[in-house]
Design a binder for this molecule. Sequence first.
Ligand SMILES: *Cc1c(COP(=O)(O)O)cnc(C)c1O
Length: 456
Amino acid sequence: MTLSTVSRRFDIHSVVNHHEPQRLKVYTQRDLHRIQPLQRLPEATRFAMQVVASVLPFRVNEYVINELIDWNHVPNDPIYQLTFPQHGMLPAKHFERMAAAHRAGLDKRQIQSIANEIRTELNPHPADQLQLNVPFDADGARLNGIQHKYRETVLFFPSQGQTCHSYCTFCFRWPQFVGDKDLRMATTEADRLQRYLREHKEVTDLLITGGDPMVMKTKHLKAYLEPLLGPEFDHIKTIRIGTKALTFWPHRFVFDEDANSLVDLLHRMVLAGKHLAIMAHYNHWKELESDIAHAAINRLRATGAEIRSQGPLLAKINDSADDWKELWKRQVILGIIPYYTFVERDTGACSYFAVPLAKAWEIYRHAMQGVSGLGRTARGPSMSAGPGKVEIQGVAEVAGEKVFVLRFIQARNPDWVQRPFFARFDAQATWLDQLEPAFGESRFFYEAEYQTMLSC
Ligand SMILES: *Cc1c(COP(=O)(O)O)cnc(C)c1O
């Protein structure tokens, strides 16, 4: 589809009339052999898929298989790379270990136990998420299901929303989709969230996340959202809902049996005065092509909610300036506001998708140059690291030294935000912990204070 056909006048009746309502049909590791188009791929590829899917989560649905992936371009198709496990996604030694287990025909329990050992070596909780972000109540009990890292914004993980319509191969929350239940960060308690928010008047933003909260039934979502309209929550101005459903299951907003009540609920939140932001996870312009995706976007926007987009920059999926330029252009046409471009986190399959920071910045910069100001609203490339969100602002030469210019977009201490700081240029570095301070300094300006935070 060319860009001009994206902007054609949208007619929801034609979409509704020309689509059979579909039910979500998902496939997991057990069903790999039942996915038709895979049967054409080489045996070795399918074996590698089994091996990787024994360790990392795999789940894909029929809409993704039939309408988003172009099987003529496999293995290079970006949506295929986004959803299907590939050989290189496990470090070689782990891959070989799991492959041997499968060849030897070990039973399910033995495979599970090897998988668990491998998982602990894949940095399952990057950026000290569990250590530092989960708050305690007045009695010293951990408030599971809540994370509070930045003063203004609380993250909430509703227990019914801790899965997705399909899984991304690069997911940084992958541990919550595999085996071990105590790695999960979920709560069933809307009460607990409300109590926390009542006691924290400095919080203005609530970010409901997952998994994908849009896998929840409307009635569950309603139980979390509606109480926030009470006067004791007047300080909560903005409610964000993180989701990839606009890509993986746009039917959620159009055809699902509670699609209408969902749209109504969102509309009522807006009418009651909340800023409602759908934080849509997008990686590639191909996610924005189908009629049903357009229908979903239009229905959401008609509620008065804003749609903002965010997603990581990834090798094999979107590591080109043209892809980002096209993504942002299409988003602007569809009324979606680009918000963040992330650097892929140092967890799970990260080495497969890693792009050096220097290259990520080049891609981001060239993509920015190709769009108008309305398309230049995504900040990045940004690393969600322990101390905060660190943005690569650019590469420069200062006093004869080639450096990265960095800044915090968000930080544990708000005072760190928007102070430029400098790291020695390193063409290979892919994450903050590989960077050294420039100008011979021994540490970055925030490090002493961050160490103190870690130790208390
Ligand atoms: C990104 C992020 C937020 C939201 O930060 P904004 O700058 O307001 O978008 C909140 N909590 C965590 C843990 C985050 O990573």
